[in-house]
Design a protein. Structure first.
Length: 128
């Protein structure tokens, strides 16, 4: 049981690290590194609808992401895939409007491709 708990904790830490890094890359406007973390077939969904990777990258470049806080990470592992849910609070702008800085839920799916984790799906569940 201890080995199983240790493995679960390890994937939780890995998933949290991936989420924090992707947000940091957006804040730093490091688009090349962010692009490498997203699988070509990655799909994004928000209150605005679903979009592909290219459209999502365009939206992220426009958002001007400010300070971010995370909480309540939950991680499930399915073979070479991590399913991650968490809450995020961020100072974020979309279409020139400031969105609610309150916590909102997010869901991401990461797949290990050639020994590197890549995001294959992301749901931004902020209302606005």
């Amino acid at each position: 049981m201890t080995g199983e708990m240790t493995h679960q904790r390890a994937i939780e830490l890995e998933a949290e690290k991936l989420e924090r890094l992707s947000v940091q890359l957006i804040q730093d406007k490091n688009w090349q590194a962010l692009d490498q973390m997203l699988a070509p077939e990655c799909q994004f969904v928000s209150s605005q609808g679903a979009c592909d990777k290219a459209s999502a990258m365009r939206l992220m470049k426009e958002m001007n992401l400010g300070p971010v806080k995370f909480k309540d990470f939950k991680v499930t592992e399915a073979e070479d895939t991590l399913i991650v849910s968490f809450w995020i609070a961020a100072l974020e702008y979309r279409d020139g409007k400031e969105l609610s800085p309150d916590y909102s839920p997010r869901l991401s799916v990461w797949k290990k491709i050639a020994s590197q984790w890549q995001c294959i799906a992301y749901a931004d569940l902020i209302s606005g």
